[in-house]
Design a binder for this molecule. Structure first.
Ligand code: HEC
Length: 151
């Protein structure tokens, strides 16, 4: 995050913090958000950084051997005229609408991969939450993380 964005976010965080101490339930929401962010960072590092780079700049160790270079994920908004296209990015990660201009995609279909992982997790833990909701939550977390690293 640029120092200027930190300054913009700081007062909001202070207000939220102050509210959290008076409004019951507010802390739970904040903690849930923090937890989702942690999961997203973990997902990014273990599933995306090899190609897109630790910080998302497109310079992961695998990038050099790919036919199509992984794009710099910190400049998505920049390439899109200043707005972050959250829905399009969600679909790219899920793997159902990756732009196929080059005729092929070098990017794994994460929607499927996360579905397999979540099905296995449900079987192992007995968690009965719908798998598609758990997958959507994970992808949404990654989308929010990517939005937060825009330059
Ligand atoms: C095997 C390498 C590889 C891995 C791992 C990978 N990607 Fe990609 N990604 C690519 C490539 C290459 C492209 C360019 C599109 C293509 O495949 O033709 C791309 C494109 C994208 C795009 C579209 C960017 C844009 O500007 O439209 C997004 C978003 C993205 N990746 C996110 C992710 C996320 C999130 C993960 C981890 C869950 C991930 N990628 C893992 C190789 C990878």
């Amino acid at each position: 995050m640029k120092p200027s964005s930190v300054l913009r976010v700081l007062p909001v965080s202070c207000v939220l913090f102050a509210m959290a101490s008076v409004v019951p339930g507010m802390t739970t929401v904040a903690v849930a958000g923090e937890e989702a962010h942690k999961v997203a960072v973990q997902d990014f590092r273990s599933h995306c950084a090899s190609c897109h780079g630790w910080g998302g700049a497109g310079n992961g160790p695998v990038a050099d051997v790919l036919k199509v270079r992984p794009p710099d994920l910190t400049r998505i908004a920049h390439r899109n005229g200043g707005t972050f296209p959250a829905y399009v990015i969600y679909k790219s990660i899920e793997g159902t609408s990756m732009p196929l201009a080059h005729g092929t995609t070098q990017m794994p279909v994460w929607g499927l991969w996360f579905t397999y992982q979540e099905v296995a997790d449900s079987l192992l833990t007995g968690d009965t939450k719908p798998v598609d909701e758990k997958v959507a939550k994970r992808i949404n977390g990654i989308v929010a993380y990517l939005e937060s690293i825009q330059e």
